[in-house]
Design a protein around this ligand. Structure first.
Ligand SMILES: O=C(O)CCC(=O)C(=O)O
Ligand SMILES: [Fe+2]
Length: 327
């Protein structure tokens, strides 16, 4: 039997941990409120289905810019189906797979990823070139689960072509029912690691729901071949419309066990594909990346919403970006 002191220490540690979490939460909430008040408000109310519906075109009668709807030809992107088919599929399932980017574009972004520093676990002080992954990880004495490229939109000129691609814009316009606003293009690696739950959670590798606007949509493109060894993306079909009220209140936070019990196992889909393969997803539904087992994954994410709150662009003041002093 454990002594009274051991139980007391355990309770004390638990309360202290709780206290730290509450403080962290309050600090984060306060800084969000001061820096991005509209975003703050959206995050509080946008989690509820009925609020999202009230702000949709069905309710508000907002119209879509016709130019975006006319064009459906692209020199860099191919889609297996028409934009209206994709939109219907998205509405029903929350995901559509079957969009491809041209090989030359894939090669250009892959080259960019090799030539420019990425930042370990999103820390702007931990820049390294991807061939030095092991050395960088040894240097910071931490596993690197995920590394992103800051200022990628500005530095990789092909992004401005992709983000205005007529096929992507048309799908986004039909799904969002408004003129889509580009709110960020993010390029990042997931590396093989043995992370704990907290590390996985910080790297979007546990199930979660994004809440980037009342209506938003993300296009993902694999830039390396992705199989079950290389951290495929996982999505729960229909979870963007089937979410109990208390899960909406918790902004979709739910354990894997709860999700597996409440959703049909056939609807939990793991997405594999070769470099260039893409899918579009309403990430208000439950989704996650997985931790690669043996092979790294490079992925591009292009996001549209109805507003740009200005905080999703992965931009960073160059003066704050530091490279690790690796041999
Ligand atoms: O890595 C992935 O496949 C998912 C990433 C994600 O869900 C996120 O960044 O919010
Ligand atoms: Fe996400």
């Amino acid at each position: 039997m454990r002594s009274g002191t051991a139980v007391f220490v355990e309770i004390y540690n638990f309360l202290e941990g709780f206290n730290v979490k509450i403080k962290e939460y309050l600090r984060y909430t306060y800084s969000e409120l001061i820096r991005y008040p509209r975003w703050f408000l959206m995050r509080k109310v946008g989690r509820f289905h009925w609020v999202r519906w009230c702000l949709s075109e069905d309710f508000s009668g907002q119209s879509i810019v016709p130019d975006i709807l006319l064009e459906e030809k692209s020199s860099h992107i191919k889609c297996l189906d028409s934009a209206s088919f994709v939109t219907h599929h998205l509405r029903e399932f929350g995901i559509y797979q079957g969009i491809f980017i041209d090989n030359r574009v894939v090669e250009r972004i892959q080259q960019f990823a090799l030539d420019n520093p990425c930042y370990a676990n999103r820390n702007p002080s931990c820049g390294f070139l991807v061939p030095s992954l092991k050395v960088a990880s040894n240097y910071i004495k931490k596993e690197i689960l995920r590394a992103n490229y800051y200022n990628f939109e500005r530095q990789c000129e092909i992004v401005s072509v992709l983000k205005t691609d007529p096929i992507l814009l048309k799908i986004a316009a039909l799904y969002l029912q408004t003129t889509p606003v580009h709110v960020g293009s993010i390029l990042f690696w997931s590396f093989p690691a043995n992370p704990n739950l907290l590390q996985k959670s910080k790297s979007a590798q546990v199930f979660h729901c994004d809440l980037d606007d009342f209506r938003f949509i993300k296009f993902f493109f694999y830039l390396t071949d992705v199989d079950t060894e290389s951290g495929p993306h996982v999505f729960i079909r229909k979870s963007h419309i089937k979410k109990p009220l208390f899960r909406q209140l918790l902004r979709g936070r739910a354990s894997e066990a709860w999700l597996r019990k409440h959703y049909d196992s056939d609807d939990i889909i793991t997405i594999c594909g070769s470099a260039g393969f893409g899918f579009v997803e309403d990430t208000y539904g439950h989704h996650k990346g997985t931790s690669p087992k043996s092979k790294r994954r490079l992925i591009l994410q292009i996001e549209y919403a109805s507003h740009d709150y200005g905080n999703l662009h992965d931009m960073m003041d160059e003066k704050l970006l530091k490279q690790l002093p690796l041999p």
